[in-house]
Design a protein around this ligand. Structure first.
Ligand SMILES: [Zn+2]
Length: 153
């Protein structure tokens, strides 16, 4: 047990003593896709990845989907079996194949440097539209991209 008071890395609220050392965000902030530390995604177990309260789509540098979590399945109303191995921008979510989304991702990949950008976006699903907050991330070291998706109220 540490005696040092720990605080949330984002909002500085005190963390409960019982929280695991790897946890750096308070309960409220772990539910926000826009402040989630993306480096932490790479260390998650499949169970923890699925338990995230916002959608996560993991992409290779070409935009091919390599992982898809449960929150994203619910948001998009698609099962991962339908999307894994397919291109997110051109096949699965063609509404994102525009400069502000796919174009930015391709620029991040081409630059070879880590990149992260937040944008508001309207997803057009077969079942309707959804206004979402998106964090678009590329990890140059891992050669992996992430699209974090959170529905806006
Ligand atoms: Zn917090």
């Amino acid at each position: 047990m540490s005696t040092t008071a720990r605080t949330c890395a984002h909002c500085k609220a005190p963390l409960p003593d019982s929280s695991p050392p790897a946890q750096t965000l308070c309960a409220d902030c772990t539910h926000r896709a826009d402040v989630f530390p993306v480096q932490a995604l790479e260390g998650l177990t499949p169970e923890a990845f699925d338990a995230l309260p916002f959608g996560v789509v993991e992409l290779d540098p070409e935009g091919v989907i390599t992982a898809y979590n449960r929150a994203e399945e619910r948001l998009a109303r698609r099962r991962r079996e339908e999307v894994l191995g397919r291109n997110f921008f051109t096949e699965v979510a063609p509404c994102t194949n525009v400069q502000e989304f796919a174009g930015r991702f391709r620029e991040m990949v081409a630059s070879g440097a880590p990149g992260e950008e937040g944008l508001e976006f309207v997803f057009r699903f077969p079942h309707g539209t959804a206004l979402v907050q998106v964090q678009l991330v590329f990890s140059a070291v891992a050669g992996r991209g992430y699209v974090l998706v959170q529905r806006r109220a």
